[in-house]
Design a protein around this ligand. Structure first.
Ligand SMILES: [Zn+2]
Length: 279
């Protein structure tokens, strides 16, 4: 394990690494016989270049593949730094990343957020996947078999899971976090309930989310329970004619005892409002 104050690299299995970036976005690194797979290219090109530097500390092998867990900017706007790599994503991830309205909306949000990466975000060349699939993909990569699975819409329309069945390691993108609340603004709440059910059926030793620390099977089950409890609660309130504010207070009160200590719980009301609108 190597670490500085913000970035920590953890070996989850032989040649399989999680690069955890405190409060920002995580990336996965899988070292094969001749080359390397990156899972998520991070938020802007300079972040991708930092990731590439960290890969070079692990191995001299070139990066041949980038897998986009989904289309969101903080996971995929580093893609342009991998011009000769195969960039793999779901069909719907491609659709979102070539949608001018989608891109413009995200770019204006990121550029106006006044963060240290906002200026750089103005000039990002949004680079969508060049290999896509609809249900699943299978790769043999060095020591590891890799199942790339689409389990349905959830956090976006094109979330995928990267599963190494021999190591029992799963990369979940933003569909599940270990004790953190995901973003619901582009979500499909009706479908997310079933998608998280299928996800939690996968047998794991460890999972890396797009954000936050590594989790185990029980944490994955908790992430599923959180999503299902939240969305079912909002559905119930909405179908009983409750307005948004009342729905938010009912849902927050129900979830607080079990999930109140999770990251971003304090802004759960924004998520509840998004889900209410999207149901
Ligand atoms: Zn996301």
């Amino acid at each position: 394990m190597t670490s500085n104050s913000e970035v920590q690299i953890v070996e989850l299995s032989n040649g399989v690494f999680a690069r955890l970036h405190n409060n920002l976005t995580n990336a996965g690194i899988i070292v094969g016989d001749d080359s390397v797979i990156i899972i998520d290219s991070l938020r802007v090109p300079s972040f991708a270049r930092d990731l590439i530097k960290d890969v070079k500390h692990i191995t001299n092998k070139p990066i041949s593949h980038v897998i986009d867990t989904h289309s969101h900017w903080d996971h995929s706007w580093g893609n342009q730094e991998f011009p000769s790599a195969a960039i793999i994503g779901h069909d719907n991830c491609l659709k979102e990343m070539i949608d001018p309205k989608w891109n413009e909306q995200w770019r204006s949000k990121v550029v106006s957020s006044n963060e240290s990466w906002s200026e750089e975000a103005k000039t990002v060349t949004i680079t969508p996947p060049n290999i896509t699939f609809s249900n699943s993909m299978y790769m043999e990569f060095g020591l590891h078999k890799i199942d790339i699975k689409y389990l349905g819409k959830a956090h976006t329309s094109g979330d995928i899971f990267i599963y190494l069945p021999d190591a029992k390691v799963l990369f979940t993108g933003d569909v599940a976090q270990n004790q953190g609340i995901p973003f619901f603004g582009d979500s499909y709440p009706n479908e997310w309930i079933q998608t998280s059910e299928s996800m939690a059926d996968i047998s794991i030793n460890a999972f890396m989310s797009g954000h936050g620390p590594i989790g185990a099977q029980n944490d994955l089950l908790d992430a599923k329970d959180f999503i299902q409890t939240l969305i079912n609660n909002i559905m119930h309130s909405k179908s009983n004619g409750l307005g948004k504010d009342q729905t938010a207070s009912v849902a927050t009160n129900e979830l607080k005892p079990r999930f109140g200590h999770w990251r971003k719980f304090e802004v759960l009301s924004d998520g509840i409002s998004d889900i209410y609108d999207r149901l």
